[in-house]
Structure formats: structure tokens, C-alpha cells
Design a protein around this ligand. Structure first.
Ligand SMILES: NC(=O)c1ccc[n+]([C@@H]2O[C@H](COP(=O)([O-])OP(=O)(O)OC[C@H]3O[C@@H](n4cnc5c(N)ncnc54)[C@H](O)[C@@H]3O)[C@@H](O)[C@H]2O)c1
Length: 341
């Protein structure tokens, strides 16, 4: 394995998870630079990394184009506001770096397609941070699906019953805006929508959605409901809330097949609640539920490992550009549907 040089662009709320993932992927990855327009935020991430990796010397930048020019970077992890992902990813790929992009990969299909096209042109790779795909219960469910244990899958439900208060939106004014974020479907619910569509294993035929901004002082929705008809005939149901009283309740994915029922819940799809099949397998008895500290879970570390492996072996990561686009596209279809009503 070649040790890859990473940089982080955007050192806000989620960026500490990227530092953790880099530390956990030592010796295959090394942080060489951090960049934020607010210098103190970049310095905080440098210090987080260097407090563990004591021999390192991470450079701090406030201008990412300067960083790309001056440093020898293999991968840039992009954790800026969602509406900037496309521009930042394209600039990084054009400068010769692979990109690991926080979700959603972009806010329009046109931007996502453009990013995928630039990746092809520049021979660079895209990985999108839908880290919950790596949760052990989710991996176990995916295995059962791939083995055909559900028989015909009729339906699946993604419930995201969380709370984001007005303070959360005030902390970063881009949150809840159409231009840079989207509402709770695009920001919080996209992970579970990604899991639902991954498990259903089919393209989308049509989408019907209703949305409201019930309680928060934001431009986009704080509650959304989506019905998805997949091309294989199965039906997906999404219930996404950022206004559950008084705190985060659960994030649950349920899959209902002819010969199997699985419900994975907990705070962020980390606990197996129901696991029932007509047949039995040795791995059914394995304990796969995981403890997590918060809704971000523990998926960034295996996501980084998967991307590092893909770069070193010139293969595709689990969540490449095409995969990363799928949940985003369902949500954009939901936005369009709800605006028609
Ligand atoms: N995977 C997950 O579970 C998860 C969780 C939270 C957020 N996210 C995603 O991560 C992204 C960031 O979210 P956040 O909550 O950390 O946001 P944030 O506002 O806390 O951080 C964004 C940072 O990017 C910086 N920035 C913006 N433009 C820049 C530029 N040109 N150069 C350098 N720095 C720049 C800002 O100054 C800010 O510090 C969003 O796309 C969000 O959807 C993903």
C-alpha cells in the first residue's frame, strides 16, 4: 500500500470525524494540510490530529487553491457547505486530487453529472460520505439481501425522527437554505434514504412527496414524507422529521420481504431490532449491534479504508459518484413532487 496524503477542505462541525478516520487509518493515510476560510477552525483540526500523530506537521490554509498549488495531495476530503461541493470537488480533481465528498455530493443532478464527468476526464476517483453503509447491522442486512433470503421484497421504510432546534440553524446560516443545504430530507434524512434505495436494489420509477416547515425558522422543510415506487415494483416509505419533541428519538430502516423481516433501529441505524427469516444461517446469531456516541456513528473510518483501498488497487469505492448521486436524486424528485401539489 502507498501511504496517501490527505487534506481537509472545510473544518466545521463534521470535520473532526475526518480527523478520527485519518488517525484510525494510519499508516495508510497521512494528513498534510487543513483549510478553512476561518483560520482558527483549521488550526483546531491540525491540533486534534497532531495531539495523536505527534511527528506530523500539518499545514494550515485559508485559501484552498493555494493549498492545492503548494502541497503534494493525493486526496482532498471536502466538508464545506453542500452547495459548494461541486465547485470544490471539480477544482480539486482538476488540480490532480481524488475527492472524498461529504453528503450530499451536490444539490443538483447537473452538478453531480458534471462531477462524475470531470472524474472520468481527469482519471480521479470520487467517494461520497454515506458512512452508514458500513454499519455492521447494515452490512449484515445487505448480505442477507444479496443471498436472496427475503424472497420478493415488497416494501421498505426509512424513519428519521430527530430534532434540530433553531440554535442549530442559527449556528451556521447556510443550514436550511435552498441554495446551500436543502431541508431535513436533503441534510439529515439522505443517509437513510440512501440505505433504503441500496437495499431495494432498483432504479426509481416515481416519487410522491409532501413537505412542511412546521416549527423552524428556515427556508426549506423541517418535515418530509416520501412514497417511492421502485422499478422492480417494491414501495419505499420515508418519514423524515427534524422536529421531534424533545430530542432525537430514532433512525430506523425496515425491510419487508416474502420470507424475511428486518428492522434496524437505534439512534442511527446501529441496532438490530428484528431479524427473522424463513431459513437459518450461522451468522444470524452474531451480535452486530454497535454502540455509538452520536448520530454520525462510526462509519467514517471504514469509509476512508474503502476509498484508500480503491485508490491503491485502482478499483471503485463502494460509494462512488454514481452511487452517491442516487439518494440525492430521489430527494430532488421529492422536492419537485411536493412543489407540484
Ligand atoms: N456524513 C455526515 O454524517 C455529516 C454530518 C454533518 C454534516 N455533513 C455534511 O458536511 C458538510 C459540512 O457540514 P458542517 O455541519 O460541518 O458545516 P459547517 O458550517 O460546520 O462547516 C463548513 C466549513 O466549511 C468552511 N468553508 C466554506 N467555504 C470554504 C472555502 N472556500 N474554503 C475553506 N473553507 C470553507 C466554513 O468556513 C465552515 O467552517 C455539509 O455538506 C453537510 O451536509 C455530513
Amino acid at each position: 500500500m502507498t501511504k496517501l496524503n490527505f487534506a481537509i477542505l472545510g473544518c466545521g462541525r463534521i470535520s473532526y470525524k475526518h480527523i478520527e478516520a485519518l488517525i484510525n487509518n494510519e499508516p495508510d493515510a497521512m494528513l498534510v494540510a487543513v483549510c478553512d476560510v476561518v483560520e482558527s477552525k483549521a488550526i483546531e483540526r491540525k491540533e486534534q490530529y497532531e495531539s495523536v500523530m505527534t511527528n506530523s506537521n500539518v499545514k494550515v490554509y485559508t485559501d484552498y487553491l493555494e493549498m492545492l498549488k503548494n502541497e503534494d495531495i493525493d486526496v482532498v476530503a471536502i466538508a464545506t457547505e453542500s452547495g459548494y461541493h461541486a465547485k470544490h470537488a471539480i477544482d480539486c480533481m482538476n488540480a490532480g486530487a481524488h475527492v472524498l465528498i461529504e453528503k450530499p455530493m451536490a444539490l443538483s443532478v447537473k452538478d453531480a453529472d458534471n462531477m462524475i464527468a470531470i472524474a472520468k476526464e481527469t482519471n480521479k476517483k470520487i467517494c461520497v460520505s454515506h458512512q452508514n453503509r458500513f454499519n455492521p447491522p447494515i452490512q449484515k442486512l445487505r448480505k442477507a439481501i444479496q443471498e436472496g433470503r427475503f424472497g420478493r421484497i415488497m416494501s421498505g421504510t426509512a424513519r428519521i425522527l430527530w430534532t434540530r432546534d433553531n440554535n442549530y440553524y442559527k449556528q451556521a446560516p447556510w443550514r436550511g437554505t435552498k441554495e446551500l443545504d436543502g431541508g431535513t430530507l436533503m441534510n439529515q434524512c439522505i443517509h437513510n434514504i440512501d440505505l433504503l434505495q441500496w437495499m431495494m436494489g432498483s432504479d426509481v420509477e416515481r416519487v410522491y412527496a409532501e413537505r412542511s416547515t412546521f416549527l423552524r425558522d428556515i427556508e426549506m422543510e423541517d418535515f418530509g414524507a416520501i412514497l417511492i415506487r421502485f422499478k422492480n415494483g417494491s414501495i419505499g416509505i420515508v418519514e423524515g422529521s427534524a422536529v421531534v419533541y424533545p430530542k432525537n428519538l430514532e433512525e430506523t430502516l425496515s425491510i419487508f420481504g416474502e420470507t424475511g423481516t428486518v428492522v434496524i433501529g437505534g439512534l442511527a441505524v446501529n441496532e438490530i431490532k428484528t431479524w427473522q427469516f424463513a431459513d437459518e444461517k450461522e451468522y444470524d446469531k452474531e451480535e452486530d449491534s454497535t454502540d455509538i456516541d452520536n448520530v454520525y456513528g462510526k462509519g467514517h473510518t471504514p469509509l476512508y479504508k474503502d476509498f484508500i483501498d480503491a485508490i491503491n488497487h485502482n478499483t471503485e469505492p463502494l460509494i462512488n459518484g454514481q452511487e452517491g448521486k442516487k439518494a440525492m436524486e430521489i430527494i430532488l424528485m421529492a422536492y419537485e413532487s411536493s412543489e407540484k401539489m
